[in-house]
Design a protein around this ligand. Structure first.
Ligand code: ASP
Length: 343
């Protein structure tokens, strides 16, 4: 079999990675991606064909919105047949949210979609952007008998490849800005690129890509703290058109057992609003029923987020609400791992 040269599409959405310092003013501005190969000649050495596309107006990822998730999904959909892999350049601040959302939106994905970014702009002398970009493209190009090795949405940063929907940004300064505490790294880049094959997602090869674009934004994220008031929570849970709530509880999914609190959750669920229990801890899992302080949540029908990250919990909720899943099935489906996002 002759080895084909993979076609990789680079999608620039914004963020520090694509910025260079204007030599005259010193201000950071978006890099001209049409000149990518001229600016980073190392890319010519890679064993793939690279094409690029950028958002009309690249954004700082703090301005990220589900409508832009749909834009990224559509670019991938339009180029899915002609490209073998995708590298999405994105600001690091909300990268885990976008990448998690894309993992749900791209059902039966059978090609690599690698998100990356950097802490320093690509034009900076000490930049981490070049390594992140070059290795991401290499990973997206990996093939075995002309078939992609990675078949899921990943995030590559500072020598590590993670399952995207398992990641969280943990550091605003270090080059090692992300972690995946509840799932092993998919690959590590050292002298060799070491792929941990046993942890890669294995989609059903017979199914065609389905791109889901309906996302429900009427949801809330509530983080408990000792002393959180009834007044505040009553206000949040009675928000007009609210469809679901991610409740960040303590430890293994514990919360206050005060009657007003449990009753408020119960009434909310009775109104048809889904409540998902996720832990405030960076690692570990919700285990409702382990302590008396979570037993009541289990009884009233709270959904367990198990060991999902908050970023993935939010996008999974938006995605499933957009799918019009029947209320009876919602809990079961939410508690099922759809894209390897929970154990
Ligand atoms: N604020 C930037 C962004 O998320 C930071 C970065 O690119 O890392 O777009």
């Amino acid at each position: 079999m002759t080895k084909s040269i993979p076609n990789i599409l680079l999608i620039y959405t914004g963020g520090t990675i694509g910025m260079i310092k204007d030599p005259e003013t010193g201000a950071l501005r978006a890099f001209d991606f049409d000149n990518l190969l001229i600016r980073i000649p190392e890319l010519k050495l890679l064993d793939c064909n690279i094409s690029t596309t950028t958002f009309n107006e690249p954004i700082d990822s703090s301005n990220m919105e589900p409508k832009y998730w749909v834009d990224i999904a559509e670019i991938i959909e339009e180029n899915y047949d002609s490209c073998d892999g995708f590298v999405v350049l994105h600001g690091s601040d909300t990268m885990s949210y976008t990448a998690s959302a894309l993992s749900f939106m791209l059902e039966h994905l059978a090609k690599p979609v690698i998100f990356t970014g950097s802490q320093l702009p690509i034009g900076d002398l000490r930049t981490d952007a070049k390594e992140n970009l070059i290795t991401s493209i290499q990973i997206a190009s990996l093939q075995h008998y002309n078939k992609p090795i990675i078949k899921e949405v990943c995030l590559y940063f500072e020598y590590k490849l993670y399952r995207a929907n398992r990641t969280t940004k943990i550091n605003a300064e270090h080059f090692e800005a992300f972690t995946s505490l509840n799932y092993p790294d998919l690959a590590e880049s050292g002298v060799h690129l070491k792929i941990n094959n046993e942890y890669l997602f294995k989609p059903n090869a017979r199914k065609q890509l389905v791109v889901h674009k309906e996302l429900e934004k009427n949801i809330a994220l509530v983080k408990l703290f000792p002393g959180i008031s009834k007044q505040l929570l009553t206000c949040i849970f009675n928000t007009a058109d609210l469809k679901g709530v991610i409740l960040e509880t303590y430890g293994a999914g514990n919360c206050t057992t005060e009657d007003w609190f449990i009753n408020l959750l119960k009434e909310t669920i009775q109104k048809g609003i889904h409540i998902i229990n996720v832990t405030q801890c960076s690692g570990g899992s919700v285990m409702m029923g382990q302590y008396e302080t979570s037993e009541k949540l289990k009884k009233i029908g709270i959904i367990s987020g198990k060991d999902i990250t908050t970023e993935a919990a939010i996008s999974k909720l938006m995605y499933l609400l957009g799918q019009n899943v029947s209320p009876k099935l919602f809990k079961t489906i939410y508690e099922t791992a759809l894209r390897g996002e929970m154990s």
